[in-house]
Design a protein around this ligand. Structure first.
Ligand code: NAP
Length: 487
């Protein structure tokens, strides 16, 4: 299936942190792939900004090496890569001082194109950079500002950041990235729910037993342990990615597929989450070392750390649609496999007409897989094929997007490709609004406070396992179980 590509308007994209990991691993390859697809036109400009002293050619060499490593197999066509590298420029600016700002303003001077400032830098620079962008004359009425997580480390700091940005930019100019929202499957979730009449009548607690959302990683925190230890799974994953996924499953149909209509509905979900008192519905864990690989405490370089590398939560949404159907959320490092999935587990058939001898089967499950192999599976019960009489078995009705929609890689854009193009198109649908970010912190903050003052430490769990025993119990005590962590 060939997707239609509509070229975007020429743009000037200024990437603060252009020499950093995110820019080199994700942004540059994403922009290059969009150029290959004919969406980003040569003639646009990408101005990387960093602290280190480099000239444009030096930066292009760095970018070329990044494309070779990260643009995907077979994507580096020499002529087209040269055309892309020609779009790149570099300015040395100190985000916290005054040096370099005049050169940046000069470089942008006279251009009528839309201007995007992508802040791919540590969060404490968001405020200083935004202010200098405004003061140095770089801001135009059509300027857009892109900020990356973490957006605060609690409600108060998120409010301070939002207020600071609001004095410099209008909300319509601010794009807060949660890259999970850029994944093909996540958008397909909205198409599945709102473009098919099939699901809406059963999308509620009368028919859904519960929902599971899992974001499991195999890697530990080695290499960035000290940074991670300041945050933990609650701040790093739960407050943003998992709650955003929960919102998309739980929200009411918006009146239109428009940014504010959609974000209003997500906000209502966040505000309907039942506050958790204490840690009765929360399990925290830390991975243990294995076969010479360090455990969490060594990786964090903090033997007394109480930060969680795993967290599971039973969340409930107090509204008419979801009352009685809990959402179980879990995320962690050093787990059995890398897997992100949303599973909507339906109730059992109200009465079985089949004798026990036909074999027992589980409930219908709609599984929406974010990684690896984005796709959607519906687990159904059918008759076992063959002449052996009536015996029941479970089969997946499976749609893996890469197989169904074309496996050439370019037709399955990475989340950053879609998100950067959306910024250029001025479409905020897949970006978080300031009030959503604050509502998520409002729910998470008391959980973090309870965790930080609890007498119990996070429960140790084996590396490459399914997480702590207590996380299994969180489901077992409700007569349910987690789906297996399988690739
Ligand atoms: P990084 O590798 O540490 O890069 C930081 C960048 O900021 C470098 O380009 C650095 O320039 C620049 N910088 C630092 N201080 C500066 C200053 N005073 N003036 C001008 N430039 C300055 O960080 P990263 O991993 O790319 O992450 C960037 C942001 O994205 C962070 O907010 C992070 O949380 C977020 N994020 C990253 C990822 C990821 O996969 N990496 C994923 C999600 C979110 P020099 O190199 O010249 O020093």
């Amino acid at each position: 299936m060939v997707s239609r590509v509509i070229p975007v308007e020429p743009f000037d994209l200024v990437v603060f942190g252009g020499t950093g990991d995110l820019a080199r691993r994700k942004l540059l390859p994403a922009l290059y792939r969009r150029m290959l697809a004919g969406q980003a036109q040569p003639g646009s400009r990408i101005v990387a900004v960093g602290r280190r002293v480099l000239d444009a050619d030096g930066y292009r060499r760095m970018a070329e090496a990044s494309l070779k490593e990260h643009a995907g197999p077979g994507a580096l066509d020499p002529d087209r890569a040269a055309a892309f590298l020609d779009m790149l420029d570099y300015v040395h600016v100190d985000a916290e001082g005054e040096g370099g700002w005049a050169s940046l303003a000069d470089r942008l001077e006279g251009s009528e194109r839309m201007r995007i400032f992508y802040l791919s830098v540590v969060p404490h620079l968001f405020g200083p950079i935004s202010e200098r962008v405004a003061r140095s004359g770089c801001r135009t009425p059509d300027t857009r500002l892109v900020v990356e997580k973490p957006l605060g480390r609690d409600l108060q700091s998120a409010q301070v950041l939002n207020r600071r940005l609001a004095t410099l930019f209008e909300e319509r100019q601010i794009y807060r990235i949660d890259h999970y929202l850029g994944k093909e499957t996540v958008q397909n979730l909205m198409a599945l729910r709102f473009a098919n009449a099939l699901f809406e009548p059963i999308w509620n607690a009368r028919h859904v037993d519960h929902v599971q959302i899992t974001v499991a990683e195999r890697v530990g925190v080695g290499g960035r342990g000290a940074y991670y230890d300041e945050n933990g799974a609650l701040r790093d994953m739960m407050q943003n990615h998992l709650l955003q996924l929960l919102c998309l499953i739980a929200m009411e149909p918006p009146a239109h597929f428009e940014p504010d209509a959609l974000r209003d509905e997500k906000l209502k979900v966040l505000r309907s989450l039942k506050p958790l008192e204490g840690l009765g519905d929360v399990v925290r864990g830390q991975y243990l070392g294995i076969n010479g690989e360090a455990g969490y405490l060594e990786d964090a370089e903090n033997p007394r750390s109480r930060t969680e590398s795993f967290v599971a939560i039973k969340a409930e949404i107090a509204n008419w649609r979801w009352n009685g159907a809990p959402f179980y959320l879990r995320t962690g490092k050093r787990l059995r496999t890398r897997m992100s999935e949303i599973a909507v587990v339906f109730k059992d058939a109200p009465h079985s007409i089949f004798p026990e001898s036909t074999g027992s089967t589980g409930p219908n499950v709609l599984a929406i897989r974010l990684q690896p192999d984005e796709g959607i599976t519906l687990r159904l019960t059918i008759k076992e094929p063959g002449p052996g009489g009536m015996r029941l078995c479970e089969v997946p009705l499976d749609m893996t997007f890469a197989e169904t929609l074309g496996a050439d890689g370019l037709s399955m854009p990475d989340a950053y490709e879609r998100l950067v193009m959306d910024v250029i198109r001025g479409d905020q649908t897949l970006f978080m609004r300031g009030d959503e970010v604050e509502a998520a912190w409002r729910w998470i903050d008391p959980i973090i406070a309870a965790a930080e003052t609890a007498p119990e430490r996070p429960q140790p769990y084996d590396s490459y396992s399914s997480g702590p025993e207590d996380a299994l119990m969180l489901m077992h005590r409700d007569g349910r179980r987690w789906r297996a962590l399988t690739a």
